[in-house]
Design a protein around this ligand. Sequence first.
Ligand code: SF4
Length: 310
Amino acid sequence: MADRIDLKVGFACNNHCHFCVQGDKRLKWGAKPVAELRQVLEEGRPAADGLVFTGGEPTLRRDLPDLIAYARELGYKTIQIQSNGRMFAHKGYCKLVIERGANEFSPALHGHLAALHDYLVAAPGAWSQTVQGIRNLKSLGQYVLTNSVITKSNFRHLPELARLLTALGVDQFQFAFVHPTGTAGKEFSAVVPRMAMAAPYLMQALRLGQGAGRRVTTEAVPYCILPGYEDCVVEKYIPRTAVFDAECIIADYTKYRHEEGKAKGPDCRHCKFDVDCEGPWREYPERFGWEEFRPVHRAAAAKKARSAAR
Ligand code: SF4
């Protein structure tokens, strides 16, 4: 049984991200019937304390506040809205979903400048709305954890993005390496950077976040890419999660990542992180090979930790 439920309530979205993993699901799948969603909420609650409303863009559903209220009634303790953040620009809407029971907010911001973010999400004006949304949520005392996808267009600007997130008062931020499936798979060459090239910028952004006292994490970036920042690898903190997707239910998302989503290389068995590491999304080495992923040996890791401590 899962500790958390990720419930995709529909696949419509007002952004058109170049890195979207959902691809053309919005064309095939509409909003899920409310009866189906209520049934998932009821059946999941005995085991799960945590719930994430996601999609597509969940705030496009007019009945989202009612679903949140129902989840609260059922006793879910953490109710998160994972969103592109644009609806949060309306403070009245923020107040409504908070009053119904939402208590964690995960808006997505992918650039420090409007031009960069709006290009990546293919929606003019989106950056201003998402940034205003974060401001509104923080002014209402909410816990905000952002997600930013690392792409070819923004990886050099991750430190500036970290500075902006810190200035906005974001409590926790995550940098997720683009998953090359869906639209990101179709646009692979334009969207997916080499991980080793992104790593220095990513580590600088993590350092800035840590220096400001924020919780900072990465997703889909193996330990060997992040020497000194191994504690930022989010996979070891993700709770047991069931994902209610469009066409399937992933009962155990951790198992799915290990067995289908991610891949390990031929030399990984020599690495000190082999047991904990999930490796990159499998599509990455299928295109680029394994040369960037060098096993970390115990002695080398200890030496690095010693010199970092000096
Ligand atoms: S197990 Fe493989 S991918 Fe993971 S950190 Fe080690 S070398 Fe890198």
